[in-house]
Design a binder for this molecule. Structure first.
Ligand code: ADP
Length: 603
């Protein structure tokens, strides 16, 4: 029952893989499949030339010895084999070019899909595992579309050839076909066993590989450099790497050792099959049942049938195995989205935002990080969100930006549940500068505009220049020989720059302003900024935001004085709400206390 279930699911996987992978590949590279079909046809024709011509040559040599006929037959044989071999090589050469193309194309599709995944999946262990499995499953594990197509076409070609050989043998030595059937059956069992082992190993390897990759490659990333050196983490990292290498090797060893007996079994089986074949056909020839020409044809056909059936079975099992690996790609591409997406259009304009009794716990956790939050933000309002670390301020923003959905309650924009809006259009409404924003190893300009086409980037130049000036980076970029074309970081360019914390913040702010969304959000800048610099950034942001809705998050109160309203978060609740002056005047209030504690910075 279980076995049957497994085999059904393997065939389903094969169907799903073929449909998705080949459908995608055929739309991009149709010529690849045309070439595969042509090469397969050539491969099918090739052995039958010898199979039909050689016996005639032998019979002619042992019979009439007509020189003209012999020359003609030899010419057909040699030229036929030469032509098919040449054509096969040429096709193979063309086909090989598609290997890298297909590989790169699917790697890009995986990356693209990973970037489009709902944000909360980037913290989901299962989704991360699935991404890793899709990557490895589509690389050397399965050979991707190229590797799978090779197996399918090789299997089909050999199947058709086998049928041809069987027809020849069935007419003269039908008993031999029984031996072949037994051979194929037992061999199939061995191959299935090896398949099972490979799949088990593969399932376990993805985690080991991720750990190995992390300790092997991530930690040598220069960004970790300072912490590793100053905290002497080198030894610990190397040890972790060694430990994961040991684990990885243990997996491979287990896989090889467990599969060895089946490999050896297959060898012994092949030996027995050859022995029986030659003995039986040889015996018939000795008895003079067939002409010498026919004898050579039968020996050749039997030998070729061995080969083609074996290859066919191998291709089928290899195909099943590869499809099992590549199925991880299908699973990843169809990974269920935890966030429902509506289709209601939403225009880029000022909005009324309302949190109505919103509570939230991060997926997989119990703790309510937001606890019955109620607040309305009017169009164009500048709201300051303050509170100590861990109060839930960033989470509030993440919910608003739909990186997560509330566990309870509802967020309304212009009176509609935000889940009903078109997701991409909804995302266009917000331009946040997160605390942990990331700049890319790309030119400053591209970091700000993130335009994907050169023409759009060209068009963006005047606005880019203006923004660079507005955020106060004009002086810095003017000093650089390549201006805004200067690369950030030195990954790909010796002349790349390492901007300071404040400069990075400014680039990120310019990026947010360039997006021109109705709601601007500034999460508290990294602690690297001193209160004065932070005050300046907030003040500047306030001016730049102008009439747009602007949300400022901070545990310092530098932003509050120029904001319309202040919401004080504590323990996931909004404890106090009002203008700066109202809250400061509230005796014993949370805000008043925080203000008093920090006032020395602002006086
Ligand atoms: P704040 O911005 O006020 O400093 P956050 O909203 O970042 O606070 O965090 C609120 C609480 O949620 C903290 O206790 C934090 O540890 C927790 N938290 C933040 N992000 C996650 C996450 N991805 N998974 C689980 N818990 C989280």
């Amino acid at each position: 029952m279980n076995k049957q279930k497994e085999s059904i699911s393997t065939f389903r996987k094969m169907a799903a893989v073929t449909k998705l992978l080949f459908g995608t590949a055929a739309r991009k590279y149709p010529a690849f499949f045309v070439l595969e079909v042509l090469r397969t046809l050539i491969g099918i024709v090739s052995p039958f030339i010898a199979l039909y011509v050689t016996p005639r040559i032998v019979d002619e040599l042992t019979g009439d010895r007509d020189v003209r006929k012999l020359i003609t037959l030899a010419a057909v044989l040699v030229l036929g084999e030469f032509a098919t071999a040449m054509a096969g090589e040429i096709m193979g050469n063309f086909l090989a070019r598609y290997q890298t193309r297909l590989e790169n194309y699917f790697t890009m599709l995986i990356g693209e899909h990973a970037m489009h995944l709902d944000f909360q999946l980037t913290e989901d262990k299962n989704a991360l595992d699935q991404l890793e499995k899709a990557r490895t499953g589509m690389s050397w594990y399965s050979g991707g579309v190229y590797g799978i197509a090779e197996q399918i076409f090789s299997g089909l070609g050999n199947l058709i050839k086998s049928i041809g050989f069987i027809v020849i043998l069935a007419a003269r030595v039908p008993l031999l076909l029984l031996v072949m059937a037994a051979y194929v059956g037992i061999n199939a069992y061995f191959a299935a066993k090896r398949n099972e082992i490979d799949l088990i190993a593969y399932g376990k390897l993805s985690k080991v590989n991720r750990l190995f990759g992390y300790f092997g490659w991530e930690v040598v990333d220069p960004r970790y450099g300072k912490d590793i050196r100053l905290y002497h983490a080198e030894e610990m990292m190397t040890e972790s790497w060694k430990e994961n290498t040991r684990r990885s090797i243990a997996h491979w060893k287990w896989q090889a050792d467990t599969g060895l007996k089946y490999l050896m079994g297959a060898e012994v089986l092949g030996f027995a099959r050859s022995l029986i074949t030659y003995f039986y056909v040889g015996l018939l020839a000795l008895r003079g049942v067939y002409s010498i020409g026919t004898f050579t044809q039968l020996v050749q056909a039997a030998g070729s049938l061995d080969g083609s059936l074996g290859t066919c079975a191998m291709s089928l099992f290899e195909l099943m195995k590869r499809c099992n690996y590549a199925y991880e790609y299908v699973l990843f591409m169809e990974y269920p989205s935890p966030i429902p997406k509506g289709d209601k259009p939403i225009a880029k304009k000022e909005h009324v935002i309302e949190f109505r009794d919103v509570s939230f716990a991060y997926p997989g956790t119990e703790k309510k990080v937001l606890d019955h939050v109620n607040i309305t933000i009017t169009p164009g309002e500048h709201l300051s969100i303050v509170g100590l670390n861990g109060a839930g301020k960033t989470t509030f923003i993440k919910l608003l930006c739909r990186l997560y959905d509330p566990t309870e309650g509802v967020i309304l924009v212009d009176g509609s549940d935000i889940r009903t809006y078109d997701y991409a259009q909804y995302m266009e409404q917000f331009a946040p500068v997160f605390q942990d924003f990331k700049l890319f190893a790309m030119p400053i300009g591209e970091n700000i505009t993130l335009e994907d086409e050169p023409e759009k980037a060209k068009k963006a130049e005047p606005r880019l220049k203006e923004l660079i000036g507005t955020v106060g980076l004009g002086e810095m970029t003017e000093k650089l020989p390549k201006g805004t074309d200067t690369e950030i970081f030195k990954f790909f360019d010796e002349e790349g720059i390492e901007p300071s914390g404040g400069e990075q913040q400014k680039i990120a702010i310019a990026r947010a302003l360039y997006k021109d969304s109705p709601v601007l959000i500034l999460d508290e800048p990294t602690a690297a900024l001193d209160p004065k610099a932070e005050y300046e950034i907030y003040h500047q942001f306030h001016t730049l935001a102008g009439g747009k809705t602007a949300l400022y998050i901070s545990h310092r109160l530098s932003s509050c004085r120029f904001c319309d309203c202040v919401a004080v978060f504590s323990g996931g609740k909004i404890r106090e709400y009002g203008t700066h002056d109202e809250l400061v005047a509230r005796p014993g209030g949370l805000y008043a206390k925080m203000y008093e504690a920090q006032a020395k910075y602002y006086r």
